[in-house]
Design a protein around this ligand. Structure first.
Ligand code: BTN
Length: 270
């Protein structure tokens, strides 16, 4: 178990994202605590970390399971200086930051991003996920909570069957224990850079195109009421997933890949 004091060493007061770290042995959801902090005067950029969440949540109303002290569970609230049309790129920038940090912890291991923001192994096993939640009222300057869960030292033998079937962890892909504090430091640094790049007019999309796990694969995506089936042809500049369906090309801005029917030839980089 990580010494509670040691989490502070992942903070860097010269950064905006991750300038401080607040550790909780047990909490409902780190996203909720980051939201509370952001509502105060000095909460932007504080990384909230927990050993255990009693109400951890994932995308689309799912829960996020993680045994005490095994994984990295972290949320940061930010006030992005971005126009509304570029806000969806924030979740992609967070996924890119998670990928960078995971690669630092697992050098030489092939990892990729499965749209929109899962980090997966070459076989498509989920290693990490991002939950981006809006925290501001309509018409107000944007406030966003970025919650990131990285399966770190969780061994597949200890995962419930329904998770083990499609998940992995840094420990599994490296066959070694991973230091969660160092992983957090790398993640916060990459996220701080990613947010600054976005605000300066850059985009995570070109890098994500090079690291896209779904390219060339035949998939089914749940997008609202629709279920769209097609072959993934890439990412649009705004982060939408591009598919070639029987009815022609389709771009999906939001959605969840619920089925991957066949593997294409696209490889993944280490
Ligand atoms: C997903 O892939 O569905 C997103 C998972 C996000 C989980 C993290 S763990 C830290 C933060 N707190 C939460 O309650 N959820 C996110």
């Amino acid at each position: 178990m990580t010494n509670p004091q040691s989490w502070a060493s992942a903070a860097d007061p010269t950064r905006r994202v991750g300038r401080a770290v607040e550790f909780h042995a047990r909490i409902g959801s780190t996203n909720d605590r980051a939201r509370e902090l952001l509502a105060g005067t000095d909460g932007e950029g504080v990384a909230v970390v927990a050993d255990l969440q009693t109400a951890g949540r994932g995308r689309r109303g799912r829960s996020w399971a993680s045994p005490a002290g095994a994984n990295l569970l972290v949320s940061v609230g930010i006030r992005p200086r971005l126009d509304a049309d570029r806000l969806p790129l924030l979740g992609l920038a967070a996924a890119r930051a998670v990928l960078i940090a995971c690669r630092q912890a697992a050098p030489g291991v092939a990892l990729a991003v499965r749209w929109p923001n899962d980090v997966v192994s070459a076989e498509g096993r989920k290693l990490a996920g991002v939950l981006a939640e809006a925290a501001s009222e309509a018409g107000q300057p944007p406030e966003v909570i970025l919650g990131m869960g990285i399966n770190t030292n969780w061994q597949r033998a200890e995962m419930p069957d329904e998770i083990a079937v499609s998940a992995t962890s840094l420990r599994e892909v490296t066959a070694a224990a991973v230091n969660r504090v160092a992983l957090l430091g790398d993640l916060l640094e990459a996220l701080d850079r990613g947010v600054a790049e976005l605000e300066a007019g850059g985009s995570p999309v070109p890098a994500l195109r090079a690291d896209a796990w779904l390219d060339g694969k035949l998939v089914e995506v749940e997008a609202g009421e629709r279920r769209v089936r097609g072959t993934v042809t890439g990412l649009r500049d705004d982060g939408a997933l591009l598919l070639l369906t029987d009815d022609g090309p389709v771009a999906l801005q939001v959605g969840e890949v619920v089925r991957v029917a066949s593997a294409g030839s696209a490889g993944v980089a280490a």
